[in-house]
Design a protein around this ligand. Structure first.
Ligand code: TPP
Ligand code: MG
Length: 320
């Protein structure tokens, strides 16, 4: 176990709070009809984005999914540009053309999210191949769900990453459901991380609601990747606090299971741990929440007052 510096722990906590508050706000805005499109909330999984990204440099690159807000905030996409994108305004990180499922900013190392399930895995693998050709120490990280592990792209990418020892980390966020389908009827093995052995790479299972465990596992994987030893598959066991998307009442989930996971709130787990270790006080936490709320209010104001994209902009930034 490596010792995690206090400021890193605080960064992880603040990042998780930021994600939680950001999504509380946008959830309300969507339900009120003030935001177009749809959203897939990341709430409950914050420890994964924060624990992984705390190990990355700005120059490292991540790929994400249809559930990308947490990854974007943890990798450093500006809140204002994220908010404006969700409001479909031209000041958004994709010029208002992407919306919730396609947020990203290559300047901070996030490829705009790919909503095709499993679509980001080969992209991260290709980016890692480029890093290897460039003899750079940068790493690529692909975030994806349990559902993506049954896509061909998962298997093809892991094999390619493995045989070429690419600097890539595969982070599976196993929240036990692919939309409404329980993992129990979708795969026969207990841990998806077992699949790593078919490709000759390490596969580790971590408690995805424990930011510190996620951090530790990622730290090892990043060291391996930067050292030219190839990929790692990290399976983070976690749970969505809400539905798959905004209109899902989750009738397919067992109520006892829900109750158990909801008591394991990753934000609370880290807060209690840091408080116990004397790294965080309740006042620090309150102050952080206040600052985040102010930043969010400003971001919403910025987004609502930003211009809509012009029709002719639809033909810009198009390569194919
Ligand atoms: C190739 C493909 N098939 C189906 C869909 C529709 N779809 C969107 S999200 C989703 C479930 C994905 O589950 P998982 O990978 O576990 O991610 P989670 O939603 O749990 O974060 C599905 C089936 C899609 N976007 N892409
Ligand atoms: Mg899932």
């Amino acid at each position: 176990m490596i010792k995690i510096p206090g400021e890193k722990l605080i960064w992880m906590y603040k990042t998780m709070l930021k994600i939680r508050h950001f999504e509380d706000k946008i959830h309300r805005l969507f339900l009120e009809g003030n935001m177009p499109g749809t959203i897939h909330l990341y709430q409950g999984q914050e420890a994964v984005a924060a624990g992984v990204c705390a190990n990355l440099e700005r120059s490292d690159v991540i790929t994400s999914t249809h559930r990308p807000h947490g990854h974007a905030l943890a990798k450093g996409v500006a809140i204002k540009s994220l908010m404006a994108e969700l409001f479909a305004r031209s000041t958004g990180c994709c010029g208002g053309k992407g919306g919730s499922m396609h947020v990203g900013d290559p300047d901070v190392g996030m490829i705009p999210a790919i909503a095709i399930v499993g679509g980001g895995i080969p992209v991260a693998t290709g980016i890692a191949l480029a890093f290897k050709f460039q003899k750079s120490k940068r790493v690529a990280v692909s975030f994806f769900g349990d559902g993506a592990c049954n896509e061909g792209s998962f298997h093809e990418s892991l094999n390619m990453g493995a045989i070429w020892n690419l600097p890539v980390i595969y982070v599976c966020e196993n929240n036990l459901y692919g939309a409404s389908t329980s993992i129990r009827v979708a795969v026969k093995i207990r841990d998806l991380a077992e699949r790593a052995s078919s490709y000759g790479i390490p596969g580790v299972v971590v408690d995805g609601n424990e930011a510190i465990s996620v951090y530790q596992a990622t730290s090892k994987a990043v060291e391996r990747a930067r050292g030219g030893q190839g990929p790692t598959l990290i399976e983070c066991k976690t749970y969505r606090r809400g539905g798959h998307s905004r209109s899902d009442a989750c009738n397919y989930r067992d109520k006892e299971e829900e109750k158990m996971w909801l008591t394991r709130d990753p934000v609370v787990i880290l807060r209690e741990r840091l408080t116990k270790d004397g790294i965080l006080t309740p006042e620090d936490s309150k102050q952080m929440e206040k600052e985040i709320e102010e930043e969010l209010t400003q971001a919403i104001h910025f987004a609502e007052n930003s211009p809509w994209p012009k029709p002719e902009e639809a033909l810009e930034q198009v390569w194919a």
